[in-house]
Design a protein around this ligand. Structure first.
Ligand SMILES: [Zn+2]
Length: 190
């Protein structure tokens, strides 16, 4: 998927939809490795699941801080501010949903270390829904994978069918429900 600054809908393995809000892309855009000296960036992704529809919204990400370990082909979150970001968002009912990082590739490919990390994450982490999201932003494209806590599978997800920026399949069906979705429909973390 081309890197953008607007909201995107992607189809989940269970047929539901994940909305990735423009706030996520706007932040990721600031950290792309689009020149030789730029090091990897990354952080946590937070969001929530809608009670009624079971669709998911990813709304904010944490970004690199001073104490993170950043190199051209390497990023490790070490700065305590990432955890503080999670705690602050949890108070606003936006929960840990996954991680993101950049690659200095036009179209990002997960490394063997990424796959290893992701499978470990799937064993130990818990999110606000049945999936954990893994996002990699290359220079031009962004790719998203979901880990399923039940099946322990990790698969790539793709943007919903659309034409000229309008998502045909989902808009009609969900429009009525969407109007009702307010802050208090967010699912509490268990
Ligand atoms: Zn990577």
């Amino acid at each position: 998927m081309k890197i953008t600054n607007s909201c995107r809908k992607m189809k989940l393995p269970n047929g539901k939809v994940v909305d990735i809000l423009s706030t996520v892309f706007e932040e990721i855009n600031k950290w792309l490795q689009d020149s030789d000296e730029k090091t990897e960036a990354g952080g946590y992704v937070v969001g929530y699941q809608h009670c009624g529809t079971k669709n998911i919204t990813l709304e904010y990400i944490s970004h690199p801080y001073m104490l993170d370990n950043r190199r051209r082909f390497f990023f490790v979150m070490r700065d305590p501010r990432h955890k503080i970001f999670l705690l602050n968002n949890m108070r606003k009912k936006s929960f840990y949903m996954g991680v993101w990082h950049t690659h200095p590739q036009i179209i990002p490919e997960p490394s063997s270390i990424d796959w290893k990390d992701w499978y470990e994450t799937l064993e130990v982490d818990k999110t606000g829904c049945e999936y954990v999201f893994f996002v990699i932003a290359g220079v031009k494209e962004i790719r998203v994978w979901v880990g399923d806590f039940k099946s322990k599978n990790i698969i790539e997800i793709f943007e919903c069918a659309h034409s000229e920026g309008i998502y045909k399949v989902y808009e009609e069906k969900e429009y009525g429900r969407k109007k009702e979705q307010t802050e208090d429909t967010r699912v509490c973390e268990t």
